[in-house]
Design a protein around this ligand. Structure first.
Ligand code: AKG
Ligand code: FE2
Length: 260
């Protein structure tokens, strides 16, 4: 029987940020309304992959699971664009990465029945220090990249929840599988996690599709990943017309700084 991850919502942003340092993730319940959830799923169902953008778009076939993984989702529909700075999430992102942080990617991801387990991994470990060093309370590793998962299903074990091993962002070795805990949250809930925490997506053994929206944030100095590269990615003009000042910055409209 899988164990369930603690999902604690701290009402103060400072405490949400502290959770990022202590356990590696924070929970934002009902980050999206159920109307947003329904619209995002509808749009995901109707998106078509753009191969040059490294999208994956594959229908289910006998022995092959459905998978749609669409990059630059903010460029595809207003419902995705509006998820650039969801209340309760953006304050944490700005709090951990700085007020000049930006979005380095947004993916719409549908995985059908038959999706296999991932192995436990970190998405990126920019600073690797011995465990006895990171155990020293004077050592606090900056948070370089975070990912927000907006879950668009009510999650249950067979649908393939994300599993986390809380607190392992400061551990060098892969934790034991027995330590992992399932994120069983409701549709519209979000979890933001730092790139070093050990986690994995798990097998979809249900008979329904799993819908996930990922928003990746980072310190400004970390480059944005909006493929295709070498001048080929273009913002849709109407997308920039939608943007508030903060959304423009999140998309890369920065003040001049070092190296510019
Ligand atoms: O599907 C998930 O819940 C997690 C996916 C993930 O960790 C990854 O693709 O790096
Ligand atoms: Fe991952």
């Amino acid at each position: 029987m899988a164990s369930t991850a603690p999902l604690i919502h701290h009402s103060q942003i400072e405490d949400q940020i502290e959770a990022m340092h202590q356990i590696g993730y924070a929970y934002i319940p009902q980050a999206l309304t159920l109307e947003q959830v329904a619209e995002l799923k509808y749009q995901m169902d109707h998106l078509e992959g753009i191969p040059e953008s490294f999208d994956r778009d594959r229908a289910a076939q006998p022995g092959v699971f459905l998978e749609k993984h669409i990059n630059n989702a903010f460029n595809r529909d207003r419902s995705f664009f509006d998820c650039l700075d969801i209340k309760g999430v953006i304050e944490i992102a700005e709090g951990v990465h700085g007020s000049d942080c930006h979005v380095i990617g947004m993916t719409a991801w549908v995985t059908g029945p038959g999706r296999p387990d991932q192995t436990l991994h970190t998405d990126w470990k920019p600073v690797s220090l011995p465990d006895d060093i990171t155990a020293d309370p004077r050592v606090r590793i900056p948070i370089f990249i975070t990912t927000t998962h907006f879950y668009l299903n009510d999650m249950y074990e067979a649908l393939g929840p994300t599993k986390f091993v809380p607190g392992t962002h400061v551990k060098q070795n892969r934790p034991e599988p027995s330590e992992e805990l399932s994120i069983l949250c409701g549709a519209g809930d979000a979890v933001i996690f730092r790139s070093e925490v050990w986690h994995r997506g798990t097998a979809n053994t249900s008979n329904e599709n799993r819908y996930l929206l990922q928003v990746h944030y980072a310190q400004r100095m970390i480059t944005q990943k909006f493929p295709p590269y070498l001048n080929k990615f273009q913002f849709e003009p109407h997308v920039l017309d939608w943007a508030t000042d903060r959304q423009r910055r999140l998309l890369g409209g920065h003040q001049k700084g070092a190296y510019d």
